[in-house]
Design a protein around this ligand. Sequence first.
Ligand SMILES: [Zn+2]
Length: 112
Amino acid sequence: MVPKGYCINLLNTLWTRDKSWIDATVVNHERIHTAQQKELLFLPFYLVYVLEWLVRIAITRDWQKAYRSISFEREAYANAKNHDYLATRRMYAQWRGREKSMDKNAIGLGKE
Ligand SMILES: [Zn+2]
């Protein structure tokens, strides 16, 4: 089950316990994840995502801090408020670091 206040994007379908907190910014965040998933042909995305999270948990000993530092999440949080982002997003932007395609002024979301 999905913990309260979180959603999971599985194959471009959002799963959440309570959709009342899902707004346009959350949807854009999840669309960024869908773009990441498509370019990695879905299954590798999930494998790399979980592996990166586990490594970051081992390093930080803090699952939430580790979650926020996953490369896929950093890109999605940094650009969630930029609703034109996907039109200009470069492939594999999650691994390109903070460059022109990322909105450095974007403010992160709560949890998703
Ligand atoms: Zn996310």
